[in-house]
Design a protein around this ligand. Structure first.
Ligand SMILES: [Zn+2]
Length: 414
């Protein structure tokens, strides 16, 4: 049995001076630290000045796009996609995707993510990179049929899904149609049929740009969320991403449906100069999760930084400093993501999966230690993460990836 010692913080609150006992892949018990001697523990991590939090869920990623970091900054989204990203993506090889997926996932882990939900081409390579590092991963092969992109042929997406379904304890295959403007009704119908039959998650971009909304309206005579509803995809298996231009009517439909909306505040503020109506969705009862998107549009894979931006940018959006709160954004990044992906994670409580992060809080920016939730969301940074446990196993320790047997420095030689 392993034990993590420190103050534990989850979206339900703080437990001071405790030990989290881990047996196999689960939290066996959470006990006062002074009772530790009563248990047969062979490895102890943390101690005074450590914060134990649930592993952060990065609910929307394109990890391999780390290769393009720093390219096409400060451009509008439609031009960015058509002139910068898609031409480079047409040149991808499986080998390159694998290498950059390793780097992107490693960065996410080092900043406290224990789960990623990825949407990309060469999904098999991304699944292999995830296995190598030991992260919990939901992976879908991007499919589109209304854009000339051979690597995104729908056939490849269905093939990946069939091959990887039930293959690995930590890797779950999803269905990943690209977006409402790049996928035909026929393709969405095929996705819906398989999702229903196999109870599979569907991961799709929704209302990401003004152009997307315009194209769907022109082609289908519908708004993006109405289009999803017509395709019968608007249900609890749907993980829609962005939702920047949702109308009030769409917010109502979405909130009632049980679907999750993944908020990527940094990425869309940077690409579109806009923030989705997250607070409106949240107040109407929609499930919200948080994601980094990618290292080109973000430009970091740091969910702690993302929480700060989520709280602050929503205050700007609503012109109201009380929305969103630190507690809201911490919930979205833990329990919100867990609900979207149907995971038994997100709390430091007995019986939950031992996906946990140990933060070294002996830093100036954690003083005066009066409000750890505030310190985590508003003062901390990803680099405060010291150790990452997934499924009860230590996979990252102070710059070293244990399963891969590589340090951060070694990635420069890849
Ligand atoms: Zn995306």
């Amino acid at each position: 049995m392993k034990a993590l010692i420190g103050n534990a913080l989850d979206a339900r609150g703080l437990k001071s001076n405790i030990a989290v006992l881990i047996e196999k892949n689960k939290i066996h018990e959470v006990i006062p630290r002074d009772r530790l001697k009563d248990y047969d523990v062979d490895e102890v991590f943390g101690g005074d000045g450590y914060l134990i939090i649930p592993g952060l869920i990065n609910a929307h990623t394109h990890v391999a796009m780390t290769k393009f970091r720093g390219l096409g900054d400060d451009m509008a989204l439609d031009r960015w996609l058509n002139e910068v990203i898609w031409p480079m993506e047409k040149e991808w090889t499986g080998e390159e995707v694998y290498k950059w997926a390793l780097i992107g996932i490693a960065e996410a882990i080092a900043n406290g993510s224990t789960t990623i939900n990825d949407h990309y081409f060469f999904a098999e390579e991304i699944a292999k990179a995830a296995q190598k590092l030991g992260v919990r991963a939901f992976i879908g092969q991007t499919m589109m049929d209304l854009v000339d992109m051979p690597i995104a042929e729908p056939e490849k997406g269905f093939k990946f899904f069939k091959k990887w379904s039930g293959k690995d304890e930590l890797v779950t295959a999803t269905l990943a149609p690209h977006a409402t403007d790049t996928c035909s009704k026929d393709l969405l119908n095929d996705v819906e049929e398989l999702s229903e039959k196999k109870d599979a998650l569907v991961h799709i971009h929704v209302s990401q740009s003004r152009e997307e909304v315009k194209r769907v309206k022109e082609r289908e005579g519908l708004l993006p969320v109405e289009y999803l509803k017509e395709a019968e995809l608007l249900n609890e298996r749907l993980i829609g991403v962005h939702g920047v231009y949702l109308t009030e009517r769409e917010v109502g439909l979405y909130a009632k449906s049980g679907a999750t909306l993944v908020h990527c505040p940094i990425s869309l503020a940077k690409l579109e100069g806009s923030i989705a109506p997250i607070i409106s969705l949240w107040e109407k009862g929609a499930n919200i999760a948080l994601g980094n998107d990618c290292a080109v549009s973000n430009n970091a894979m740091d969910m702690i930084l993302e929480m700060k931006f989520a709280a602050i940018l929503n205050k700007v959006k609503t012109e109201n400093p009380t929305k969103a709160t630190a507690k809201d954004v911490f919930y979205w990044t833990t329990l919100g993501g867990a609900r979207a992906l149907r995971l038994n994670t997100g709390l430091v409580e007995k019986g939950y999966l031992a996906d946990l992060v140990l933060i070294n809080a002996k830093k100036l920016h954690f003083l005066p230690e009066t409000n750890f939730l505030s310190h985590l969301v508003y003062s901390a940074r990803g680099s405060d993460v010291e150790k990452v446990f997934v499924n009860g196993e230590l996979i990252y320790n102070e710059g070293y990836f244990l399963k891969l047997k590589m340090s951060i420095e070694d990635f420069y030689a890849l």
